[in-house]
Design a protein around this ligand. Sequence first.
Ligand code: FAD
Length: 312
Amino acid sequence: MPSPHDAQTVVIGAGPAGLTAALVLARYRHPVVVVDGRQEPRNNASEGVHGHVGLDGASPDYIRSRAWAELSRYATVQRRRADADNIEAVHGGRFRIGLDIGETIESSSVLLATGVVDVHPNHVSGFSACWGRSVIHCPFCLGEENAGGRWAVVTDDARLAALSAVAFRAWSDDTVAICAESMPDINDARTKARGMGGDIVTGAIRRLHHQGGALQAVEFDDGRVLERDTLVWTLPQRQQPVVTRAIEDLKLTADDAGFVTVDATQCTSVAGLFAAGDVAARWRQSFTAAAAAGATAAEAIHAAAILSAVQH
Ligand SMILES: Cc1cc2nc3c(=O)[nH]c(=O)nc-3n(C[C@H](O)[C@H](O)[C@H](O)COP(=O)(O)OP(=O)(O)OC[C@H]3O[C@@H](n4cnc5c(N)ncnc54)[C@H](O)[C@@H]3O)c2cc1C
């Protein structure tokens, strides 16, 4: 067993990306410490994770506890219940990870698997109760569970607003878009939307009327009420603080929306530092995509360790 202060690899974050990476590394008997943060995982509001074969609809809690039961069978895997605060580059191309419990761990490689944070519109009353149930970020994840009702998509994208009735027809034959009055090209978008059986409603949302998280209506700032059963609302996202710090301190490259850039092996712009899952996936965010990226990173981390052993 490695000492908790010296690991070959540290995985930061225990969602599907981090847990899959840990399992793949475990199969290689590669010493790994998984820093398992104490914040709520991103999909915690959801009752079931959908679209992962063999686990479709299983609860996030069930998947996590089953994963830890599997990992606990491997002697080379350690779990640290802590948040990673910072990552420092130290001598010999190694890294020192500072934990919020006052400890540090040194390692040859690090995998950032911290996910991202959805920034909730806290000024909208009723939002939290509906999030992950009747207010959904994507139809792939929760469309089936909401199919058949009256939908609306909250967007500032004129193209999506125009196409919304068609884009979501698999789940609802009554979908409108909710947009800001100031959205560019709104008149053109509204004409197109109506031509396709949809519509565009403008206004700022101030309240969601619901019964135990089941949406009933959207209320706007001016008091208008629109009856709806489901809202598709893709929220702005931000990185976890440890990632923002790594982008600054280690000069990790990121795209213009702040997602960490990686190569085909999930390696970042800093050798030995990998990133997998939502942290590095602006467009393809899902349980399966995160798990696949975690497995890819783990393979590359293990291959690099063998190469380094051969060279020394
Ligand atoms: C409401 C909701 C429902 C969803 N439903 C589905 C679905 O049905 N199917 C699907 O495929 N996808 C779904 N998704 C998307 C899916 O959850 C994510 O794409 C996936 O969880 C990303 O995995 P990840 O490992 O990158 O990050 P996460 O699952 O977010 O895991 C990251 C982990 O890192 C930890 N962490 C963060 N910072 C630190 C730190 N500093 N130190 C230590 N640990 C840290 C967090 O606590 C978290 O446990 C849903 C998302 C939401 C918001």
